[in-house]
Structures are given as C-alpha cells and as structure tokens.
Design a protein around this ligand. Structure first.
Ligand code: FMN
Length: 319
C-alpha cells in the first residue's frame, strides 16, 4: 500500500507474523529501471517472504523491472491492476488495465519469461460500466493462460471517473460472491480475495471459498491482529505474543535506522495502532504521534510509550 507498507512497516509486521506474505508499495516499472534502486527496492532480509508490486503496462519494461526485483531477492512479483488514482491512469497502469486484458496477459507472459519467482496479479472485479461477470473472467483467463501463479481480487469495482482513490476503496459495493464464482470455475488456479476484511475470523471464512485472503487497512491500522496469523493459518502453536520483545526489537531496529540518518518517526508511524483496544493505548498512541516525531527523538520514546499500555491490569513493563 503506497506510503504505508514501506520497508519499516514490513519489518514491523514481520515481527508479528513469520509466515504471512508481505507486499511492498507499488513501484512503477520505469522508476525501478531508471531510479534510485536501493531506495526504492532495498529491504531487510527478515522481511521474507516479501513480494514486490509493480505498476506498468509495457511488457518489456515490466519484464526488466521484474528481473531487477528478482535480483534484489524478492520472493514474488505482483502486477497492479487495481489502483484507480489519476496519476496511475495517466501512465496507463493500475485498474484501467481491466479494460485491456490481452495487454495484461502480455505483461504477465513477458515477466514469466524473465523470472523464475512467482508472477502474480492483483485486480478489481471490473471498472466503470464493465460487467464484472465478463470483465473478471476475461482478465483471469488471460493472466492464467499467460502463466500467472496467483490472482488476487479486490472484490469491488473501481470507478475511474468521479471517485477519489479513497472513495474507490469504500464506495463501490463489495461482491465476494463474484470472486467465489471465479474460483469455482477455476479450481486449479490460486485465487485470493481482498477487500473489507476486518479480522482473521473473516479471513478464515473466505478460505472455504477461495485459496487466500489479503488484509490491507485492517492489518495496517490494527497490526496486533497479525500476531494471531501464524497460529490461525500456518499451524504454529498458539502462545501469548511477546509484546515486550517486539518493542525491544523495534527499538533496536529504530536505533539502527537513526544511526543511518533516519528518524524515529519513520518507523513508529506504522506502530500507532498496535495496542488498539487495550487500556493505555490512547496514551501510547499520543506519545508516538508527538514525542516520537520531535527532532532527535530516540528509541527510548518507544519504550516510554509502551510503558503506558496495560495488559490484564498490569503495566506493560511488568507484563
Ligand atoms: C493508503 C493505501 C494505499 C494503497 N496502495 C496500494 C498499492 O500500492 N497497491 C495495491 O494493489 N493496492 C493498494 N491499496 C489497496 C489495498 O491493497 C486494498 O486492495 C484495499 O485497501 C482493500 O482492502 P482492505 O479493505 O483490506 O484495505 C492501497 C490502500 C490504501 C488504504
């Protein structure tokens, strides 16, 4: 998610779940080819498994960007066919590609011919006046024929005119059944669902119908739910999560980031929702939203914020 799932966010989320597949922000193929690669693509080894999401519609450029992503060590290349922003439309990529499924298939084929890691696609059920029955089938048929390894479907349309990107994530109604019907037609392909999932229980329920579930905003705003992922979906033994250990790990990570010239707030801005619902969470959030952004703030601010949180009536330090 652009501006959200940067490397600091992914490092943090990886402390909460060892197994969930994490996605980068979308990076446009041209930027990967021409831009400051280390800044755009650099990531920490602990982030694995991590997928690089690309934006673009030129098969040769996407293939080159995918090659670079694979060489950087990414575990998967994902093509964005779902983002509706104006900036993205002007570059002919994102959701408007729902209208040109053959071109999307060419993009997938070019990337598949270039890399050995999985190539996946994330799309909508349709855009504008498209009939989702036809549009999603056409897109899915094309990308799977081209060798796509997974199709993630954000289960709502995007309206390319008239709705902002934010509105396009809320206003067009969710239609999970449309994604289930696609899966029923394609039992041998990996099809995942996305859009509006608020909890691991909701994610679990979808797995009766599709192969995977992807959480966006809920994972970002209430990252504590990720602490249950490994036990719920990957067979890990359910055990109390060590939040004190997490804060120590994030404080160490922040210290390394600050040493390299970064700021504490770059890391902690992704952590404000961590203790959502617990006593003291408000104070924790306040400290991270203010003190952590002051010039010169150090990792001790994170520990001070954590000390405000109570677990079962005990201050975090003692928990
Ligand atoms: C701030 C923000 C940035 C996003 N950036 C991307 C992006 O770069 N690529 C993408 O495929 N989806 C992006 N999305 C969409 C989400 O991946 C997801 O499809 C959408 O929010 C619906 O899922 P959710 O209800 O679980 O959040 C973004 C969403 C938000 C809120």
């Amino acid at each position: 998610m652009m501006d959200w799932t940067d490397r600091h966010c992914r490092f943090f989320h990886r402390q909460l779940t060892s197994h969930a597949l994490l996605y980068t922000e979308m990076v446009v193929a041209d930027a990967v080819i021409q831009g400051a690669r280390e800044r755009l693509l650099g990531f920490d080894d602990v982030e694995h498994p991590v997928a690089l999401q690309l934006g673009g519609s030129d098969p040769a450029k996407l293939a080159e960007a995918a090659r670079i992503g694979e060489a950087f060590g990414y575990d998967e290349i994902n093509l964005n066919v779902g983002c509706p922003s104006d900036r993205v439309q002007s570059g002919t990529f994102g959701a408007c590609l729902m209208k040109v499924p053959d071109l999307v298939a060419d993009c997938v084929a070019a990337m598949k011919a270039t890399v050995t890691i999985p190539v996946t696609v994330k799309c909508r059920i349709g855009v504008d006046e498209q009939d989702p029955e036809l549009a999603l089938d056409a897109l899915a048929n094309g990308v799977f024929a081209a060798g796509a390894d997974t199709l993630w479907v954000h289960a709502r349309k995007a309206w390319l005119e008239g709705l902002s990107p934010k509105e396009n994530r809320d206003i067009p109604p969710l239609d999970y059944d449309r994604v289930y019907r696609l899966k029923a037609k394609k039992p041998n392909e990996f099809i995942g669902i996305n859009g509006g999932l608020q909890s691991l229980e909701e994610a679990r329920a979808h797995l009766d119908h599709v192969d995977g579930a992807m959480l966006g905003r809920a994972a970002y705003h209430t990252p504590g739910i990720l602490a249950g992922v490994d036990a719920a979906f990957y067979g890990a033994r359910p055990e109390a999560f060590d939040f004190a250990g997490l804060i120590d790990a994030m404080a160490d990570y922040s210290a390394r980031h600050i040493e390299r010239g970064g700021r504490l707030g770059h890391v902690t801005r992704h952590m404000v929702g961590l203790f959502h619902g617990l006593p003291g969470a408000r104070r924790y959030r306040q400290i991270l939203s203010t003190d952590a952004n002051r010039p010169g703030a150090g990792p001790d601010v994170l520990k001070t914020a954590f000390a405000a949180v109570e677990f079962g009536g005990r201050a975090a330090e003692a928990a």
